[in-house]
Design a protein around this ligand. Sequence first.
Ligand code: ADP
Ligand code: MG
Length: 474
Amino acid sequence: MNVTADSVWNNCLGFIKDNIQPQAFKTWFEPIRPVRLTDNALSIQVPSKFFYEWLEEHYVKLLKVALTKELGKNAKLVYVIKMENKYGNSEPFTEKIPSSNRSAMDPQELDVPITSKNPELKNPFVIPGIRNIKIESQLNPNYNFENFLEGDSNRLARSAGMAVANKPGGTSFNPLLIFGGVGLGKTHLAHAIGVEIKDKYPEKTVLYISAEKFTQQYIDSVKKNTRNDFIHFYQLIDALIIDDVQFLSGKSGTQDVFFHIFNHLHQNGKQVILTSDKAPVDMQDIEQRLLSRFKWGLSAELQSPDYETRVSILKNKLYRDGVEMPEEIIDHVAKNIKTNIRELEGAIISLIAQSSFNKKEVTLELAQQVVEKFVKNTKREVSIDYIQKVVSDYFEMDVATLQSKTRKRHIVQARQLAMFFAKKYTKASLASIGSQIGKRDHATVLHACKTVDNLAETDKQFRKYLEDLNKKFT
Ligand code: ADP
Ligand code: MG
């Protein structure tokens, strides 16, 4: 029989699958790719350093048993970490051999800690004693891990958040960037990490701040000539949480100052936690050097919750409020509000209020009315970013291509359609649409809208595009 990396790994997977929870298998083993088999060493590619650490921490014994079954006593495992490297300067992969010549047979050798401890560097600016200044964390204790329910949609982000909270600054997920759409729990999770750090390490300085407030503080400091104080203040933080960093886009002064604060904290082994409404690759008007730092650690996505998670979030909410509600009502809400946990909660709160004010049972009919209102409201919320994403996906290109300066016909058409829909479905001005869709001026947008109207009348294929896309926004 021909033994290959694939066949060995497949057999290992079969064994592993039988020994762990299906969900854990899906999360931690399905993304792994076998890459090579030399003698008795199997190399597997994992998506990130985080993954590697997680496997080592939780599944090393299992991996060892599985591999030994396949390759015998001298089996070795080599991790290949897939690096995000778009610029092609350095090696796209780094290899980790669990230790020098570490063999899967040798448990104590496998147990080498991986994270390099950053030596505490002294901050040259810190005035002795200044650490006694108490910095209010601005954390919301109601946003904690306990009530941040786990589901497929948030498992990676939640686990990473936990890991960071257990060892702030001491894992490779620094920064930890949590990204995802509106109302999916970014702010909640960011607070939860901070709350947990405070709980575990009361002496650590944690600060939660929105990027918007951070920007405002920075602008004020420039006005008042206290820019240095501003920087020094932030350099004192042990765990800095900045919410909605996409807000920094286009604000080069704030980005610059944040870059310096970030570097300082990172070099000193301090933890940085960021949230954003999009992945780093899709962020616009953020300096390259900052974006590349965002990618240093782990970017973990919060996705829309699946049905089971929605039900458990609803039930948890009801339980905490001491309210009982018939299953069919919960089911109706969970089935119909799918993409936004804030709205899910909004609907149930509204139902709770109705039932307690009117002192009557919530009927399915009432639930239907409430849900309908929420669903309608969601649909109206179409952003220019969302439009660009949908149009790009439809034409199988990325947003950057859609925005590029190229004159290739199909790209121009995609861009014009995006502008047309932005005009149709958002309240943005022509100028603002133009600036967001590849930095064009208002005349270009106006021209695009007219072109789309014309083509829709004369070009059958184009009309099909328009209709298909239109369905996605209504
Ligand atoms: P975002 O910052 O992504 O827009 P939020 O963190 O404000 O979203 O979350 C919206 C609401 O949904 C909050 O009330 C939050 O408590 C709730 N929520 C989000 N995710 C969860 C979860 N996994 N479990 C319980 N509640 C959640
Ligand atoms: Mg938020």
